[in-house]
Design a protein around this ligand. Structure first.
Ligand code: KIV
Ligand code: ZN
Length: 516
């Protein structure tokens, strides 16, 4: 690595997935990891293996299948966690164990109930223990930005001595401002003994909307790894967004002279779409870099300026993030081969059965729509093969509504206990369909959020519905459904969320829940 290369450590599959409702199935995680490898990230944090069998399996699968990036697993500073990470990562050619323990007074006193000396000892022992699995060991003093600086100097010097090669500085609660974060990194560089033997890494949360700015301030002050997620997903307000950091470094070489990230920026848009589809987290239209409006110009003055000289209102081009690729259009005559090719280019690695099912759906939609865009294909695929066990399958839906009539829905749902039928009235057609689904399956989770939007343009556009339901035990689940019929898309989204809720309940029976 050249000294001016900033390593991109992607934690979409670990910290990103900790966002409420963002959980991905194992096959979805593998698809995201494949796309992250195409994007050129240096490190993929694939999971927190000790936390559940599903996390272990996902980390192991990514370790087995993904070539190129270093595959990393998270572990608290204890032997059980490190053993789980070591085992899950064993198949990876390049692996890293990331171990952490909190160092702020508030965390040590109230959460860990340990003294600083005990924490320091645990950190050193954990790093030493991890070196039996790999010489690539990362240490994080959790809540570093609210920790006493002199304690940080001491613990970081001790873990370097014990074998840590990356020192990650988390702003766990997104508390500090860019100048402060930059100063913390500068002071660590100045005061930690042996710091030149390790790489300093940023890990910023977005509670005050500063995550990307703080990460960049870290880079300006000597950090050479940035931990981030695609679309900035993550706990609470999320993590630093990869696309923002990479494009800021790329667009402002005057501020970041000779600094490179090695990221293939033309894969950014595709990765962003894939993560949005896999997690069900819709990207806000005005999201920097990857939002639908990020390169859209509407006001007359702006459009006129752009036509005269693009740079008047654009600091980067859509092509740089791979947007021109999304204009590729398929149609009814493209054939199975063309469809399969495009799926591959979009990062979907489908088995023959999955491809067959997706192709049938493609043909069905191509009969209704003249042009099929990448967004349509991604929607078809994520609808067909999301790796979530289909506890409930919507077999039939009929909705009657109109002026002067009471909206009525009848549904037929296939479950493990046979086919269930129900008829219900509602305030509107979607409400009636949801009521009928609830009656058919005998469950009433709270509907917390519902949205519908068209993914593509034109009167035959695909409608995408997103819902969030809560099971009353503090867990929320997101569901997504796509169809040219918006009532059907809404019903599919609801059933998708119910399937995720059912899958989580099955997993929960086998897992030990671990709190960070
Ligand atoms: O935010 C945080 O402190 C973390 C650590 C586990 C690195 O995610
Ligand atoms: Zn974090």
């Amino acid at each position: 690595m050249s000294s001016d290369q900033v390593l991109i450590f992607d934690t979409t599959l670990r910290d990103g997935e900790q966002a409420p409702g963002a959980s991905m199935s194992i096959s979805e995680k593998l698809e995201v990891a494949q796309q992250l490898a195409r994007l050129g990230v240096h490190v993929i944090e694939a999971g927190f293996p000790v936390s559940s069998p599903a996390q272990f399996d996902a980390t192991r699968l990514v370790a087995e299948q993904i070539q190129g990036p270093v595959i990393c697993g998270l572990a608290r500073a204890n032997e059980k966690d490190i053993d789980a990470a070591g085992k899950a990562l064993a198949p990876a050619k390049k692996r890293r164990i990331h171990t952490f323990i909190a160092t702020s007074s508030i965390h040590m006193e109230y959460k860990l109930k340990k003294t600083p000396d005990q924490v320091l000892k645990m950190a050193v022992e954990a790093v030493k223990y991890a070196t039996q699995y790999t010489d690539n060991v990362e240490f994080s003093p959790e809540d570093a930005c609210r920790s006493d600086l002199s304690f940080l100097y001491e613990i970081l010097a001790a873990v370097i001595e014990a074998g840590a090669t990356t020192l990650n500085i988390p702003d766990t609660v997104g508390y500090v401002l860019p100048y402060e974060y930059g100063q913390i990194i500068a002071k660590l560089k100045e005061n930690v003994k042996g710091i030149d033997k390790a790489i300093i890494s940023t890990h910023c949360h977005n509670d005050l909307g500063m995550a990307s700015a703080n990460s960049l301030a870290g880079v300006s002050n000597g950090a050479r790894q940035v931990e981030c997620t695609i679309n900035g997903i993550g706990e609470r307000a999320g993590n630093a967004a990869m696309e923002e950091i990479v494009m800021a470094i790329h667009t402002r070489p005057d501020f970041f002279p000779n600094i490179t990230t090695g990221i293939k920026t033309t894969e950014i848009y595709r990765t962003s779409q894939l993560v949005s589809q896999m997690t069900g987290f819709v990207i806000q239209p005005n999201k920097a870099i990857v939002g639908k409006n990020a390169f859209a110009h509407e006001s007359g003055i702006h459009v006129d300026g752009i036509l005269k000289k693009r740079e008047t209102y654009e600091i980067m081009t859509p092509e740089m993030i791979g947007l021109e690729g999304s204009k590729m259009v398929l149609g009814r005559h493209s054939g199975r081969h063309g469809f399969a090719d495009r799926c591959k280019q979009l990062g979907f690695n489908l088995s023959k059965e999955e491809l067959d099912a997706a192709y049938l759906k493609f043909v069905e939609i191509a009969d209704k729509k003249k042009e099929i865009f990448d967004e349509d294909i991604a929607a078809i695929i994520s609808d067909e093969s999301r790796g979530i066990e289909q506890t409930y399958q919507l077999e039939y839906l009929h909705v009657a509504s109109g002026t002067g009539t009471l909206p009525t829905a009848s549904v037929k749902i296939k479950t493990k206990d046979g086919v269930k039928l129900a008829v219900a009235l509602g305030d509107g057609p979607v409400d009636a369909a949801y009521e009928a689904i609830r009656q058919a399956i005998g469950q009433s989770p709270k509907l917390e959020y519902y949205s519908i939007r068209s993914i593509t343009e034109g009167k035959e556009a695909l409608g995408e519905a997103n819902v969030r339901i809560a099971n009353g035990k503090g867990q929320v689940f997101i569901g997504r459904g796509v169809s040219t019929d918006i009532i059907e898309a809404s019903a599919k989204a609801y059933v998708d969320a119910l399937n995720r809720m059912a899958a989580a309940e099955t997993i929960k029976q086998n897992e030990t829940k671990v709190q960070l």
